[in-house]
Write a protein that binds this ligand. Structure first.
Ligand code: ADP
Ligand code: ASP
Ligand code: MG
Length: 813
């Protein structure tokens, strides 16, 4: 024989009850069918009771909804009119009784535990009555007659001696189909109605399966099986094929709602396997839970993750505890006497404190009784007052294959660390099947996601990106990510999830990842109003793991966010030069914060767009080389201007052309003044290991200061005055076989920028279009400096450089 349990959603609607009928009627052997109340009814009965107890007449409306819900279901599931009327009559008579009880509660404004238990029992009594009339030849039983409970610490625990015997008597002979209400029971002592606790129908089914030696216990619910994590929190959770009883027990005890925790022990004891199946997808194989440990090749070492968000940590502490025998005995004896359940314990080997986890609701009582127990020691100063820290969450990772597999705790805590989550307490039993730890409640979702990602989805590493600035560079980057995404997933196991984008006015966020086909349009149409400050708040609020902030703006207010973001374990990739060229102390602080937090602060594109300059210098230095000198053409705009000057194209026209080609800054004076080159040189000198500020750089400018005063329009008028002079110089240079180059130099930390002429032997002579070039002289590259040359400007190469920085964070090489 088998025992099948159908949960609330499985009997919650007409269609689901018809599925139940189909599933049960297809079984040939005898079955016992245990049902819950119609989905949501237990909650509603409890809510209606408390309204009535508060004297809120609104309870009547709630109650009438309960009536309608049941009558509607009857109407849909029982086609035969005569039978339907009969069932309606019986159900209405139960509902009348219930109505009278509600009325009583309302009138006397009092709801005792006994009355509440009575009220809540109607859910299962009515659902079982209805379903027994739907399934062919089903015989209805009343579980209050054979599930018996005893009272212990205000809880009803099963009286197995009575219960097992009564079950054996009741189901002898065993009908083909028996229909049993789950959850409800009655007291051995006085026969009053009791229940097995929320979710208790699973337990009813387990008790029956055990007493009658069933072949299998089937729990039919609304998901395809036991999953690697709660699917409501982790959308990528998937079904686990097989679990051992121990693993299932560990996961349920830590909040995997799919099975009520006490369910497992009775069947485990008799070695009766459990199957978790989906009423809405009966073909799915589900999860098989048994004693056997099956090592599945290629499967994750841990089986699942579960969590309890209702956690309070209590700490009993004092130097007077060290080496004293019996302190823990007294702690746990005191808690047990008050009926407080402890679900995690951690004691440092110094014995100076014992920390344990209880539910928030038990916390105050626990503190009170422990303070009383240790009153004397506290008075003598041997022990401190008991401390409670509330609003925490406990997470457990579970799997029997963890046993003697090194590195799991390392991976777990490493993952949490890089997500910026600090562990407040942790425990691992010697059985090594469960590692539990306590964190702040606000980090729960992030912790579950990052652990799930690192243990179960190892075929994909996820980076979550926030991109600020979606103009030329940012827009190009989004497009490059869109095109490259499938390849990165397939070849490198990297998934880039763009979870937020922003321009100067608006922002758009989506935890699951934005659609890169249309997110910029979407931002313009439906983005929320935003500012750098708002952007920062949203990013911190999303509290997402493995995240990277990508700054494709040129705005100081955006670079001001880096420090907070880095401090919250968000890596930063900046095309924006403001931060790296700001004061030396700020630059160092950002780099140190990143290192301290184990995240990255990268800005390769600050110099030479996509050219690998900063990375190369870092590689040289990290391998023990010293950078002595740098000489470079770092302005694509200026180089373009000097390459474009000709007899036909005067200086002012060349500037205009650079602007039109998109090389120059919107205000080309920033390029002409050498400001842009200066910032780049400062960044390079710092990355070469020298402490340099912008003011330290000597400037030999070629456009006199007066051209930088006034408006941009003034500039366009005035700049023509320089054309003749430049044409003169140009002719002279042409005759000498030389060219203009705007050069940035650093010699052991001494920096200068300025216009220079180079002859045809100089490496800078042949430097086409807007290209950049840098010569790096080091101790190793001394006689012949290392040269890096190529496109030094342009949205696509800059975006590609930003992209490369992002990829380097994923470390997929
Ligand atoms: P029933 O009414 O059938 O007893 P429950 O709501 O008690 O159903 O339990 C099933 C629900 O448990 C699922 O819908 C799912 O949302 C939740 N759940 C939490 N953790 C897990 C997990 N690890 N695997 C499967 N389901 C889980
Ligand atoms: N109906 C009860 C509850 O909602 C028991 C159960 O569904 O298992 O808790
Ligand atoms: Mg349940």
């Amino acid at each position: 024989m088998k025992v099948l349990k159908f949960g609330g959603t499985s009997v919650g609607s007409v269609n689901s009850i018809l599925s139940v009928k189909k599933i049960v009627e297809a079984i040939e052997e005898p079955v016992i069918v245990v049902v819950s109340a119609l989905g949501g009814i237990t909650d509603k009965l409890l809510a209606t009771s408390s309204m009535a107890a508060k004297g809120d007449v609104g309870y009547e409306r709630e109650f009438s909804e309960i009536i309608t819900r049941h009558l509607d279901v009857i109407q849909g599931v029982i086609p035969d009119k005569m039978q339907r009327i009969e069932v309606q009559k019986k159900v209405m008579s139960l509902l009348d009784e219930l109505g009278n009880i509600f009325k009583g509660v309302y009138l006397i404004n009092d709801l005792s535990a006994k009355t509440s238990d009575t009220i809540v029992s109607y859910g299962e009594r009515i659902s079982s009555l209805i379903v027994s009339n739907v399934i062919e030849d089903a015989k209805l039983f009343d579980s209050r007659k054979f599930i018996k409970t005893l009272k212990q610490f205000n809880k009803h625990i099963v009286d197995f001696e009575q219960t097992n015997q009564l079950i054996k008597e009741t189901f002898n002979p065993l009908p083909k189909v028996s229909l049993v209400p789950g959850f409800i029971s009655s007291s051995t002592e006085n026969g009053e109605v009791t229940n097995l606790g929320r979710g208790g129908s699973d337990y009813t089914a387990s008790i029956l399966a055990t007493a009658l030696d069933a072949n299998v216990l089937e729990i039919w619910t609304d998901v395809d099986g036991f999953m690697t994590a709660d699917p409501r929190v982790i959308s990528s959770a998937y079904v686990i094929d097989r679990l051992t009883f121990t693993e299932a027990m560990e996961l349920c005890n830590f909040g995997a709602k799919v099975i009520y925790p006490p369910t497992i022990y009775p069947v485990y004891h008799k070695n009766i396997p459990i199957r978790i199946l989906n009423t809405f997808n009966p073909e799915a194989p589900g999860t098989y839970i048994s004693k056997e440990k099956v090592k599945e090749e290629g499967k994750a070492i841990i089986k699942g993750i579960s969590s309890i968000n209702d956690t309070c940590l209590i700490t009993v502490q004092g130097l007077g505890m060290v080496g004293v025998i019996g302190v823990n005995y007294r702690i746990f004896k005191t808690l047990a006497k008050s009926g407080i359940s402890v679900f995690m314990v951690s004691q440092a080997s110094s014995e100076n404190n014992t920390t344990f986890a209880v539910r928030n609701a038990d916390a105050d009582l626990a503190v009170q009784v422990l303070d009383e127990e240790f009153a004397l020691e506290r008075a003598q100063g041997d022990m401190n007052d008991t401390v409670a820290e509330k609003d925490l969450a406990t997470v457990a990772i579970v799997g029997e294959n963890m046993k003697r597999t090194p590195g799991i705790a390392g991976k777990l805590f490493g993952t949490l660390g890089s997500a910026g989550i600090s562990v407040i307490a942790c425990a691992q039993g010697a059985s090594e099947t469960n590692i539990s730890f306590v964190i702040k409640h606000k980090y729960l979702r992030k912790a579950l996601n990052s652990i799930h990602d690192s243990f179960f989805l190892s075929q994909y590493k996820v980076l979550n990106l926030f991109i600020a600035g979606v103009g030329t560079v940012g827009g190009n980057l989004l497009e490059q990510i869109r095109i490259q995404q499938p390849k990165l997933m397939e070849q490198n196991g990297l998934k880039l999830n763009v979870v937020g984008i922003a321009n100067s006015k608006r922002a758009l966020f989506l935890r699951e990842g934005l659609n890169l086909e249309n997110c910029i349009d979407e931002l313009k149409k439906n983005g929320e109003e935003s500012s750098p400050e708002h952007l920062k708040e949203e990013i911190l609020k999303m509290n997402i793991f493995n995240s990277v902030f990508v700054d494709c703006t040129a705005t100081p207010a955006v670079s001001d966010l880096y420090e907070t973001l880095l401090n919250n374990n968000v890596s930063v990739v900046a095309a924006n030069k403001v931060a790296a060229s700001s004061s030396y102390s700020n630059y160092i602080k950002l780099k140190e914060t990143a290192r301290h937090r184990g995240v990255k602060f990268l800005f390769e594109t600050n110099v030479g767009a996509g050219l690998p300059i900063i990375n190369t210098m870092n590689d040289l230095r990290n391998s023990g080389d010293h950078i002595l000198k740098l000489e470079a053409v770092l302005s694509g705009t200026l180089n373009y201007i000097f390459n474009t000057l000709s007899a036909e194209i005067p200086f002012s026209k060349a500037i205009l052309m650079a602007k039109e080609e998109g090389y120059s800054e919107p205000d080309p004076r920033i390029d002409l003044s050498g400001k842009d080159v200066l910032r780049k040189l400062v960044i390079l000198a710092r990355e070469a290991g020298y402490k340099v500020e912008q003011e330290d750089v000597k400037r030999n400018l070629f456009v006199p200061d007066k051209y930088f005063e006034g408006s941009l329009d003034d500039f366009w008028c005035k700049v023509k005055e320089l054309d003749a002079e430049f044409e003169n110089k140009r002719q002279q240079l042409e005759a000498e076989g030389k060219r203009f180059r705007f050069v940035a130099k650093m010699d052991k930390g001494v920096c200068e920028i300025g216009l220079q002429t180079v002859d045809s032997h100089h490496p800078f002579y042949e430097l086409e279009g807007s290209n950049n070039i840098i010569m790096i002289s080091t101790e190793r590259y001394h006689e012949y400096p290392m040269i890096i040359k190529g496109y030094g400007a342009g949205a696509d190469v800059t975006a590609a450089g930003v992209f490369a920085d992002i990829i380097s964070i994923a470390n997929i090489r």
